[in-house]
Design a protein around this ligand. Structure first.
Ligand SMILES: Cc1cc2nc3c(=O)[nH]c(=O)nc-3n(C[C@H](O)[C@H](O)[C@H](O)COP(=O)(O)OP(=O)(O)OC[C@H]3O[C@@H](n4cnc5c(N)ncnc54)[C@H](O)[C@@H]3O)c2cc1C
Length: 445
């Protein structure tokens, strides 16, 4: 294995980090890369590259590319337990296990994310209230610690290291094996009900009433103002008994960075209005394939290039239910007034927080949307962070490249427990990232 020099980016492409890259094809390769990493800037795992910000970047340092660690090691249909290397993607799991009647219990909105990335951000899906986040379904992990020792950890085995690793941003070690309990499903299809709601009150009323649904997700028009503030489409879905024929997904490709003009306020307004009208006001159900429902954006390969060379930022937060309507109205006012929102915002409900020290989900409403990078974006992001803090919420680190260390500590009060684990397993600070330095994750208060 010889290292190379590469420019790595997050999915938002607003951050670029030149790095020494190692392409690991085995856990031994990962150990060799760790051993050869100079301590100055350390090493971080970079997997599917679907985190928007800088958690998988390590400018001037080393990055361990895990794409070749992509073997499914075993599957037991009696227990539903899957054993796999960390570079296995959700797409691979869908292709291999859905025909056998099994699905991942929790999936993010892209099938290009990997198991390692899903653990390190403790990702959530459209079923967080019922299913919790990803790591709740992980029974065991192999973790290559920064000193080269291999630890097997799980909820019942070195639980502290396991829960620091769940949402631990790749900083506790390199995950080399994941054991995950898969879920039995009746078919590859879901019955999806779509309904359009005219404003925020109606929207929140409908999503609250749908909390018993297996899956629920809302798409909000981030540019609508006045009486239409918070209007959107609510989608709920239940596993369906009858399978749909497997058709190869038709994929479009964005071949190059689009000029900045392509995404202008008028085109976004027109797109959002047309999308809003696409759902009936009284709601209607129709069957959809699992891939179509869970991964709508994957149909456009390289969609992140429509933001042009400057890239974009995604902002995702969660605000507690009790003052949620007030907080969301305040956020949407600032977003709509900025005139910078693009396409649709995603709104979901989240359930109980898990034990992961830096795990994002907590009970409340989570809102996510994209903004093209450019002058003024830092100020807009800071305004959204300030509202989030005022209402006792937090920002999702998988999406972030702009949070300050002080805001991070206010949002994630268990950060010092996390840092204590890092001090124990990585006293030499061999694992580092642009995010760990920006958020001062290794520094005392
Ligand atoms: C279109 C889209 C939709 C999304 N929807 C959701 C959603 O619904 N819910 C949600 O929670 N997230 C969502 N995300 C975010 C995405 O799921 C997470 O950022 C996820 O972590 C990406 O995984 P990845 O394999 O691309 O990892 P990367 O982005 O490459 O890395 C993410 C983190 O994992 C660490 N890591 C990766 N592999 C290892 C390893 N082997 N050992 C140790 N650490 C490792 C990295 O160091 C980094 O800190 C979405 C992203 C996109 C682009």
């Amino acid at each position: 294995m010889t290292p190379a020099l590469e420019m790595l980016t997050g999915w938002g492409r607003a951050r670029r980090s030149p790095s020494v890259t190692w392409r690991a094809a085995s856990p031994e390769d990962a150990a060799a890369a760790l051993a050869q990493t100079p301590r100055a800037h350390g090493l971080i795992a970079h997997a599917g590259g679907r985190s928007y910000g800088d958690c998988a970047l390590n400018g001037q340092g080393a990055a361990l590319l895990t794409g070749r660690l992509d073997r499914i090691l075993g599957f037991d249909p009696d227990t539903g337990i899957l054993q796999a290397e960390p570079g296995v993607t959700f797409a691979q799991l869908m292709d291999t296990l859905l025909p056998q009647g099994f699905m991942v219990p929790v999936t993010p909105g892209t099938s290009f994310a990997t198991l390692g990335g899903a653990v390190a951000n403790d990702v959530h899906g459209k079923n967080h209230e019922a299913a919790g986040s990803f790591c709740r379904h992980v029974t065991e992990l192999d973790l290559l610690a920064p000193d080269g020792a291999l630890h097997t950890v799980g909820p019942e085995r070195d639980a502290e290291l396991f829960w620091a690793t769940a949402g631990g941003l790749g900083l506790t070690g390199v995950i080399t094996r994941v054991a995950l309990r898969m879920r039995r499903v009746p078919s590859n299809a879901l019955a999806v009900r779509r309904q359009r709601l005219p404003d925020l009150d109606a929207f929140l009323g409908a999503i609250d009433a749908a909390h018993g649904a297996t899956y629920a997700v809302g798409w909000i028009d981030g540019v609508a103002r006045g009486r239409g503030l918070g209007r959107g489409i609510l989608e709920t879905a239940e596993p369906a008994p009858d399978a749909l024929p497997e058709r190869a997904l038709r994929r479009l490709r964005v071949p190059f960075d689009l000029p900045n003009l392509a995404l202008n306020p008028l085109s976004i307004r027109l797109f959002n209005a047309a999308y809003f009208r696409s759902a009936p006001a009284r709601g209607r159900s129709s069957p959809a394939g699992a891939r179509t429902f869970f991964y709508p954006l994957d149909a456009v390969i390289g969609w992140n290039r429509i933001y042009g060379r400057r890239g974009f930022h995604q902002f995702q937060n969660v605000v507690p239910f009790d003052r949620g309507p007030e907080a969301l109205a305040a956020l949407l006012e600032v977003i709509a007034a900025s005139g910078r929102a693009s396409f649709l915002a995603v709104l979901k409900r989240m359930g109980a927080a898990g034990p992961g020290h830096l795990s994002f989900p907590r009970p409340g409403y989570t809102l996510a949307l994209d903004f093209p990078a450019g002058p003024g974006i830092e100020e807009l992001y800071a305004a959204l962070v300030a509202i989030t803090l005022r209402y006792g919420g937090r920002v999702y680190l998988a999406k972030d490249a702009l949070l300050t260390a002080d805001a991070f500590r206010a949002m994630y009060p268990r950060w010092h427990e996390f840092r204590a684990v890092l001090d124990r397993v990585d006293p030499g600070r061999r694992l580092q990232s642009d995010m760990s330095r920006r958020l001062r994750l290794r520094e005392p208060a």
